[in-house]
Design a protein around this ligand. Structure first.
Ligand code: ADP
Ligand code: ADP
Length: 227
């Protein structure tokens, strides 16, 4: 079943001098429930723009994105997002950071905490609940942000170069963790990366965005059989 559909989606920004910049042009694609899809492409090809639109944080200039058959307007409940930097609240503990989405949604405190603890365990940080972000390594902080993104049990996890700021070894370890987590949860993941190896390791499918800014971009679908 199709969880996500992009129908000729485009985004046009205004440059500082007022010129229009077509950051994304005519993207059409469909992503099924439970799929792990990577998006590869050079810097500036529009990957972040596409992810922000998918997460409902930016609206398309043309075309339409559908999530569960409904057009995306604004941030969605069923979508968790992880950026390159962990953006945790420094004055909140690990537990309190991961409880935040439940708090914003207004879940009962006990329920917020139950979910947060389960996700902290899932990302391998049980025992670190009362630590503050600055007490953790970069990889651990990013795991906290993954736990937070998962805390409302989203059907879609959007990850925009989540491991881009990490060293190679930590990154490799995080890839293994993410593979385990995605298989455990069966969530749909859309994962932006510069690394072909990472994309090939993690994904069911790889979309390649090509072209310099302002040129037409096509999405090529490469099927990679999973071991
Ligand atoms: P990527 O994530 O692939 O590096 P982006 O989506 O960040 O690409 O950017 C795509 C293009 O859109 C780039 O040329 C970038 O300079 C331009 N762009 C991104 N955000 C804005 C903005 N707010 N205003 C104008 N141009 C932007
Ligand atoms: P990451 O890969 O998440 O950055 P590392 O595995 O490189 O974390 O570990 C950085 C340090 O943090 C290590 O010295 C390790 O002792 C500690 N550490 C990381 N994860 C855990 C964990 N789940 N339990 C105990 N210690 C951990």
């Amino acid at each position: 079943t199709r969880l996500i559909e992009f129908n000729r989606v485009a985004k046009v920004y205004r440059a500082v001098d007022g010129r229009p910049v077509r950051a994304v042009d005519s993207v059409s694609a469909a992503i099924g429930a439970g799929e792990f899809v990577s998006i590869l492409g050079p810097s500036g090809c529009g990957k972040s723009t596409l992810m922000m639109m998918l997460a409902g944080l930016l609206s398309p200039s043309e075309g339409e994105i559908r999530f569960k058959g409904e057009p995306v307007f604004g941030p969605q409940e069923g979508c968790g997002i992880v950026f390159q930097d962990a953006v945790l609240f420094p004055w909140r503990t690990v537990l309190s950071n991961v409880m935040l989405p439940g708090e914003v949604r207004g879940l009962p405190k006990a329920e917020q905490e139950r979910r947060a603890r389960a996700m902290i365990r899932l990302v391998g940080l049980a025992g670190f609940e009362t630590k503050f972000p600055h007490e953790l390594s970069g990889g651990m902080q990013q795991r906290v942000s993954i736990a937070r993104a998962l805390s409302l049990e989203p059907s879609l996890l959007v990850m925009d170069e989540p491991f881009g700021a990490l060293d190679a070894m930590t990154r490799e370890q995080m890839n293994l963790e993410l593979q385990r987590i995605s298989l455990d949860l069966g969530a749909t993941v859309v994962f932006v990366t510069h690394s072909i190896a990472e994309a090939a390791f993690l994904s069911d499918r790889v979309f390649v965005m090509s072209g310099r800014p302002s040129t037409v971009r096509e999405i090529v679908d490469i099927d990679i059989p999973r071991p």
